[in-house]
Ligand binder design. Structure first.
Ligand SMILES: [Mg+2]
Length: 230
């Protein structure tokens, strides 16, 4: 029986150095405000809620409509692309991420997609920069909803429409690095594997009792065995 794996991006598949540069630039370009993502904890959150947190931390009151969010997403994507192209910002695959996704792509009992708090356009920039974009199908993004627990069901539906097959939620596994990823899985009746490559060490993650937990994704066969047994 096949399983659908829904990978988080930041801290799970990739790590970004100096990601605050394009993010802050996009905030300034879009809203005319000197916001700073380093003032908030972005892990496990969605980009629109991160922007709201930044404005709250800076004591800025602002109403943001749909058109402005689309503009922000476009600015963020362009800014990320420019910073990555000139090496000011780097995005690299975390240990074992590429090997795991490559192995999954060779198997017919697993499919890999994404559920992420990034806008779709910036998710594509990061996955491309890290060399992972060819191994995941279209998932669900902050551009679909800023409420992360909405995203897994949407990613599942997109996969079902794309493949023409139905998959039950308990055959879906969220792979993430924060308690928010776990909460998101639980809210959707999905399984959850957490990795300690983000802000939280594996000891902290185990406390929240995910279905499986690893320090990183480096041991491909151990991770595959765990995923098979979930
Ligand atoms: Mg993450």
């Amino acid at each position: 029986m096949e399983k659908l794996l829904l990978f988080d991006i930041d801290g799970t598949l990739t790590r970004t150095e100096n990601g605050y540069l394009p993010f802050n630039q996009a905030i300034f370009q879009t809203f005319g405000i000197e916001g700073d993502i380093r003032m908030v904890v972005p892990d496990g959150n969605t980009d629109p809620l991160i922007v709201r947190d930044i404005f709250a931390a800076a004591n800025v009151q602002i109403d943001i409509d749909e058109a402005r969010w689309r503009q922000f997403a476009a600015n963020l994507c362009a800014s990320y692309g420019q910073h990555v192209a000139r090496g000011a910002t780097t995005v690299r695959a975390l240990p074992g991420a590429a090997e795991l996704l490559q192995e999954l792509s060779r198997r017919d009992d697993f499919s890999a997609s994404v559920v992420t708090g990034n806008f779709e356009a910036s998710a594509m920039v990061k996955l491309t920069a890290a060399g992972l974009v060819d191994y995941v199908t279209r998932g669900a993004y902050a551009s679909d909803s800023d409420h992360r627990p909405d995203l897994p069901a949407l990613a599942k539906r997109r996969w079902e429409e794309w493949t023409g097959r139905v998959i039950h939620s308990d055959r879906c596994v969220i792979v993430g690095d924060t308690p928010n990823d776990l909460a998101c899985a639980r809210a959707n009746g999905m399984k959850c594997l957490l990795v300690g490559t983000g802000r939280y060490p594996v000891e902290d993650l185990e406390y929240w009792q995910p279905d499986a937990c690893f320090a990183d994704l480096a041991d491909t066969s151990a991770v595959l065995t765990a995923l098979t047994n979930l």
